[in-house]
Ligand binder design. Structure first.
Ligand SMILES: Nc1ncnc2c1ncn2[C@@H]1O[C@H](COP(=O)(O)OP(=O)(O)O)[C@@H](O)[C@H]1O
Ligand SMILES: [Mg+2]
Length: 322
């Protein structure tokens, strides 16, 4: 999956991995004793990239056993589709028979405040958070049923659903909010991009993107809590409301930024008519299309990526350069 699906840990899918349950191997009594834990291939590929993530994966069987016991859950198989790459997510059933979903996130910068975000939105229009363990990054979530991803709808219909969800997500933060500013995310990306200067395909273009990563947060017209990863793969069909948002990565800043993830995920349409798509989506959102264009440019030009030789983003950046 390309970096622009905005999974910070993405990597080409590797072979599916099986992680042995240590306790089971030792023959100890454990609820999961017969289980060899299956790890979705996208997650396995992500976790083999750094020692920190490899250590997280190593601990996962123990963490699951602990949560299964503490939260009285019956675990089912993990979700294993193209959307899964930086978390272990599995369907579960609670002691009272309620269906739910257990999510344990691989620690990463962008996702640090997912639990706080779900508390902040409190089910509207996100899934509800039923239990959480902040130290483990573990969440028990309301299960969306049937849980069909919005990606299955034509893109023009996605535009309408996503814009109305984003408008509902954007709220003023409270005085004591825990969230980081969007400028921190932009700085974090800038540092990563600067570390790969020798791979840049067009120095002037990348420098201009980096300049905007600094300037855009300084000139924000309004500051709201943003979910920053709202795209058609993170919106699921549900019964309580027609669509619910999962996987929020909250930051406080310019709502125009929050338009960009959906734009990037409609890559063919965005490349063929960038100005038209930006303008029509910005209009649906009621935000300044010029700022959406600048944020989109900055990301296309200067957001860190696994493969700097990919010409699509460079072409897009050139097409909408200020
Ligand atoms: N609350 C939920 N209800 C039903 N399915 C869910 C729920 N949360 C996650 N999933 C399933 O797990 C997949 C990955 O979840 P997500 O939170 O987006 O993980 P990641 O952080 O890896 O992107 C979703 O695409 C969906 O199939
Ligand atoms: Mg997701």
């Amino acid at each position: 999956m390309p970096r622009f699906a905005r999974h910070p840990l993405t990597a080409p899918p590797g072979a599916s991995a099986i992680l042995r349950d240590g306790a089971a191997a030792a023959g100890e009594a454990a609820t999961m004793k017969t289980m060899a834990l299956r790890i979705p291939s996208g997650l396995a590929a992500s976790c083999h990239k750094t020692p920190l993530r490899a250590a997280w994966l190593e601990r996962l069987p123990d963490v699951l056993r602990d949560l299964e016991h503490r939260w009285s859950l019956t675990l089912d198989a993990p979700f294993d589709d193209d959307e899964v790459s930086c978390s272990y997510v599995a369907a579960v059933v609670r002691a009272d028979g309620t269906p739910a979903v257990l999510k344990i996130g691989v620690p990463h910068m962008e996702g640090e405040h997912e639990i706080h975000g779900l508390r902040f939105w409190d089910g509207d229009p996100t899934v509800r958070l039923l239990m959480a363990d902040e130290d483990l990054g573990a969440m028990l979530l309301e299960r969306c049923e049937p849980g069909t991803v919005l990606r299955t709808l034509p893109e023009r219909e996605q535009d309408v659903v996503i814009s109305s969800l984003l408008r509902r997500l954007w709220r003023a933060p409270s005085a004591q909010h825990p969230f980081r500013l969007l400028s921190i995310l932009a700085e974090y990306w800038s540092e990563e991009t600067l570390a790969h200067i020798e791979q840049w395909p067009d120095t002037g273009l990348v420098r201009e993107g980096l300049r905007l990563f600094k300037e855009l947060p300084r000139t924000e017209p309004t500051e709201f809590v943003l979910a920053t990863d709202v795209h058609a793969g993170n919106i699921l069909r549900a019964k309580r409301q027609p669509w619910l948002v999962i996987d929020p990565k909250p930051f406080v800043g310019d709502p125009a930024y929050d338009a960009t993830q959906h734009l990037f995920n409609c890559s063919t349409r965005l490349r063929s008519d960038p100005e038209g798509m930006i303008r029509s989506f910005a209009d649906l959102l009621g935000v300044d299309h010029e700022r959406v264009r600048l944020w989109t440019f900055a990301r296309a030009a200067a957001e860190p990526r696994d493969d700097w030789s990919n010409g699509d983003l460079v072409a897009l950046a050139r097409a909408i350069a200020p």
